[in-house]
Structures are given as structure tokens and as C-alpha cells.
Ligand binder design. Structure first.
Ligand SMILES: [Zn+2]
Length: 238
């Protein structure tokens, strides 16, 4: 800021500083719901991965009991054939039953093979599920902590915003009415800052070169001078 800065400029720069801070706090506060949603969505996704792993274990457990059931039924069938075989008199009937018994025994052996495979798969799947629970669980814990931190941040920012708005109002009361109206109008249509230094004949708001007239007026100080490109208020840093 210039040493002999006019009062309106000093006051406006204080107001702008505080306004920029207020805006920053508002922006951070506005981002929190999205950050919260993102964390909650990720937690849900990690839970789905765990749930799917449990689902695969349940499927294999069901498959295993279905196989055991089928083995029991087939063994029962084999027993019936053997009982029938004891009672038959005719040789061709006896032979037919021998054939049936061989069939059920082959089926039992096949089912037992499948059951063993299912038990192996089940072991592997249970191990994978335990690992998945650990890995996903760590991610979930991390995200849950993040949610706690976001809640704290939300509270702190709300407190900070009340304070920031108060300091803006205090600064605003200090600014002469005319400067105040110009500032408000500019702040409404342009991004802050709207009171910017002129550097090497360039406006540091839009970075374009100002006219010689504007340059001279700003260097002269005193009056409020607008950039002839973006209409921001310029001041000389020299
Ligand atoms: Zn400009």
C-alpha cells in the first residue's frame, strides 16, 4: 500500500481483505457436504466389497450342504437297491440291480469329489474374506475418521464465518459511502479482488495495459480510478 494512501483506499483495502477471507471461509464451508457425501459413498462401496465376499462364502456353504444332502439321498438309494437285490430270485433282475448299484456308487464318488473341491474353495474363500475384511475395514476406519474431522471442520468454519462476517461489517462501516457503493457494485459482477494495484502500467486484476491517461491518474493518487478494461479500481503501489 502506498505511504500516502488516501483514506478511502486504506479503508477499502481493509474491507476487501476481510471480504476475501469471508469468501474463502464460505467456499470451504460449501465444499463440506460434497466431501462428506464422497466419504460416505466410498464407505458404502467398501461395505459392498465385504458383503460380496461374505456372499461368496454363503454360496459355497449352501453348495456344500446341497452336496451332502444329495450324497445322503444317493446312499439311501444304493441301500434300497442292495436290499432289493437280496430278495430277487431271477438272475436278470439281480444283474439289473448290480448295474443300478454301480451307477449310484459312481454318482456318490463323483459327488464326494465335488464336495472336497467345495471344501477347498470354501477355505480359500474364507481366507480371502478375512483379508478383504481387514483391508476394507482399514479404509472404512480411515473414512469414518475423515467424517469426524469434517464435522469438526464444519463447526469451526461456521464459528469462523460468524466472526469473519462481523469483521467485514466493522470494516464496511469505516468506508465512505461513495467508495462503498462502487466496491459493492464491482464485487457483485467481478471476482474479488476488485481494488487492485497497477504494476508497470498493467492492471493486476485483468493483466491488461491501461491507457496513459489512467496510468497518470493512478500515479497521481487521490481520486478513485477505474481500469479502462475491466473497471476494477486501481491504486499505485509506488
Ligand atoms: Zn483491469
Amino acid at each position: 500500500m502506498p505511504d500516502m494512501a488516501p483514506e478511502w483506499l486504506e479503508k477499502l483495502l481493509v474491507l476487501q481483505d476481510r471480504d476475501v477471507h469471508r469468501l474463502l471461509v464460505e467456499t470451504q464451508l460449501a465444499a463440506i457436504p460434497r466431501e462428506r457425501e464422497a466419504a460416505a459413498r466410498k464407505i458404502a462401496q467398501h461395505k459392498v466389497v465385504i458383503e460380496e465376499a461374505h456372499g461368496r462364502v454363503r454360496e459355497l456353504e449352501l453348495e456344500r450342504s446341497r452336496l451332502e444332502q444329495e450324497i445322503a439321498t444317493t446312499e439311501e438309494q444304493a441301500r434300497k437297491y442292495r436290499n432289493q437285490q437280496i430278495q430277487v430270485k431271477k438272475n436278470d433282475e439281480y444283474q439289473a440291480l448290480t448295474h443300478e448299484i454301480a451307477g449310484t456308487e459312481a454318482k456318490i464318488s463323483d459327488l464326494e469329489g465335488k464336495e472336497i473341491q467345495t471344501l477347498y474353495d470354501l477355505d480359500a474363500e474364507r481366507e480371502k474374506t478375512a483379508t478383504e475384511e481387514k483391508v476394507q475395514g482399514e479404509e472404512i476406519t480411515f473414512l469414518e475418521n475423515q467424517l469426524v474431522r469434517l464435522t469438526e471442520k464444519d463447526g469451526n468454519l461456521k464459528t469462523e464465518l460468524v466472526r469473519a462476517r462481523e469483521t467485514v461489517e466493522v470494516a464496511r462501516k469505516e468506508v465512505p459511502a461513495r467508495s462503498h457503493r462502487v466496491y459493492d457494485r464491482l464485487a457483485k459482477v467481478l471476482a474479488l479482488p476488485v481494488i487492485v494495484p497497477l504494476r508497470g502500467q498493467k492492471c493486476s486484476g485483468c493483466h491488461l495495459r491501461v491507457s496513459a491517461g489512467v496510468d497518470a491518474e493512478v500515479r497521481g493518487g487521490g481520486e478513485m480510478t477505474a481500469c479502462d478494461n475491466c473497471t476494477r479500481i486501481l491504486y499505485s503501489e509506488a
